[in-house]
Design a protein around this ligand. Structure first.
Ligand code: XBP
Ligand code: MG
Length: 249
């Protein structure tokens, strides 16, 4: 089956957004709401087991027995709305770059007439702001489909967001390849029948990616090679579309 599309996760994959982006925005918001909640780097790593910001807040409150006001659902929505606004400000400050090789691979994929999609649990406006601020002002148009946030109720590791994206692409799983950074993302792609390449982050490097096409430090750049943690790079030092085709085959 020929490779026809590459489906990119966002957080951790397009950019390393969690520790110095989302986490900071959550903490700023908790403080602004007068809450004594604080997510340090280590705790946030554990909270990442739950995907979705609203879901992560609920999980934290349950796990740490935090007091729940009667309007808790409303509060979670309000906190999350403010967190999204603050995360946008962080992105607009230009502090979160794309990861190595991302821009190059996206451009090469378009030049080779592959379709591109975003498949993420994060809020849609986070995706557009990241693309605009850290990639290029028009880069939203590079993607044929952007699947994000609450459009499916069951977030990763459920496969639903992959199904949603592939239905809109009009493609079956066998003609797609996913790029993910986390076990939750990998499980979502695998359950949807899509082969995945993994580029790890500090938060995810020890997770279980059994069955992935390959596990890399990042996509690499000419002159700045990736490390191969598992799998075969066929003598290459950075990812290119030929290599994607070999991983996909
Ligand atoms: C990332 C997530 C998101 C972000 C926060 O998943 O789980 O919840 O941490 O974003 P992915 P929101 O790697 O699949 O993009 O607060 O907007 O949910
Ligand atoms: Mg991710």
């Amino acid at each position: 089956m020929t490779l026809k599309a590459i489906l990119f996760d966002v957080d951790g994959t397009l950019a390393d957004t969690e520790r110095d982006g989302h986490r900071i925005a959550f903490n700023q918001t908790f403080e602004a709401f007068g809450l004594d909640w604080h997510w340090d780097v280590e705790l946030y790593g554990r909270l990442l087991a739950v995907t979705g910001g609203k879901e992560r807040i609920r999980h934290y409150v349950d796990q740490f027995d935090k007091e729940k006001p009667s309007n808790f659902d409303e509060l979670v929505s309000e906190i999350h709305r403010e967190k999204t606004r603050r995360y946008g400000e962080i992105l607009e400050s230009g502090k979160i770059p794309m990861r190595p090789g991302i821009e190059r691979i996206l451009k090469e994929a378009m030049a080779r007439n592959l379709k591109l999609a975003i498949v993420t649990t994060t809020t849609p406006e986070n995706v557009t702001t990241l693309l605009k601020c850290s990639l290029s002002p028009d880069s939203e148009k590079w993607f044929d489909v952007i699947a994000a946030g609450d459009i499916v109720p069951a977030k990763k590791p459920a496969p639903d967001i992959y199904h949603w994206a592939m239905e809109r692409l009009g493609l079956n799983p066998e003609s797609c390849m996913a790029v993910e950074d986390s076990e939750n993302g990998f499980r979502a792609s695998r359950s949807a029948g899509v082969k995945a390449l993994i580029t790890v982050t500090d938060y995810t490097k020890d997770q279980d990616f059994e069955g992935a096409a390959a596990i890399l430090s990042d996509l690499g750049e000419p002159g700045s090679p990736f490390s191969v943690l598992k799998g075969e790079a066929h003598g290459k030092t950075h990812a290119d579309i030929d290599l994607f085709e070999r991983w996909h085959a």
